[in-house]
Design a protein around this ligand. Sequence first.
Ligand code: GLU
Length: 427
Amino acid sequence: MARGYNAFEMAQRQFDRCAETLGLDQATRDLLRWPMREHHFSLPIRMDDGHVQVYRGFRVQHNTARGPGKGGIRFHPLETIDTVRALAMWMTWKCAVVNLPLGGSKGGVVCDPHNLSLREQEALCRAWVRQVARDVGPIQDVPAPDVMTNAQHMLWMLDEFETIHGGRYPGFITGKPVGMGGSLGRTEATGYGLVFTLREALRVLDRRPQDTRASVQGFGNVAQFAIELYQQLGGRVICVSCWNQRDQQAWCFRRTDGIDLAQLRAITDRFGEIDKARAEAAGYEVLPGDAWIEQDVDVLMPCALEQAITGENVQRLAPRVSIIAEGANGPTTPEADHVLAERRVFVLPDFLANAGGVTCSYLEQVQSNMNYFWLKSEVLGKLDTMMTRAFLDVHELAVERGLYMRDAAYAIAVARVAQASRDRGWV
Ligand code: GLU
């Protein structure tokens, strides 16, 4: 996360570039380049051994002009207020580019769930909600899962919120377990959404998925479902990387005739960590963690954390790479962007490409409000339609104005949020 570059400065740089292109007035720039509201708090947790450990937590509400704040909560040892600020800002653009009636927020706790028992995780979830219970809610700000948080965490948070407010409020949080107000398809949504946009990119580039191969950074929820759908379309994934907790470094697993997803999943833990020894025994080449970026492939899918593709390592991309599908938030630094734009790589920018998760969260809210739940095929059908529409909006603008895809996505999203802020009379 905070690796040499400040994620919030990066998000602000991207915004400033767009503000300049759109010719935004000073008040709108001042409003949108900072979060509207931030909550910083301490979370004292009684650990299993009886001692009290104090964690730091955050909720940042970047902008709510288009609707209640929306965005996940991350549990990560390297979380900082600036990563959360950046992620909240990217959520605002993400909801806007897909045209959801939602704003942008993000939350986090500085912690490592690898070292927490289930009871300690539950205590942390409940404590987080107690700190912001008056400032979040179905019509204010709606949390969701993200890095190292899952449906069980969401349910504990919902239960705490409902206990405090004395009622049932399923719209408080999304990513709930199916059967407890969750939507079918929510687990798959971010990875599938990424591949819906990739499929459309290949279509406009007149390429067939079965003629392409890919290398993926990460093997968590986003990566696994992206690989699943990409393989169903006929694509071949030759390399995946993942973090190794014991070695405190990442490794890549390569098989040039294509990875076997089911086999790798069977030897992967709940944090997306592939068992290195068993992968080696199954015939995968084990390479250093950054090798995913230099593979001879058509498509790169960074699906881990921010700042994966930088000004330095972008030089190691194989000449064959023509598409980058950003499953992670903020995986490409502005320096790397510059090189990719010059090389005419077709970039599916993060807040468009990984919007499938929040889009499905929106569909979950709609179902919760109706108290009527759709079939998985209905949810994924709607998700596909919405993601494809958003891709086409961005691509049409990019073609019309000769813009890099990220710049086109920014132009659409920021213009929508600026308009909503003006219409409300804020600026
Ligand atoms: N955490 C996901 C994201 O970064 C989903 C957010 C949500 O569903 O609200 O887009």
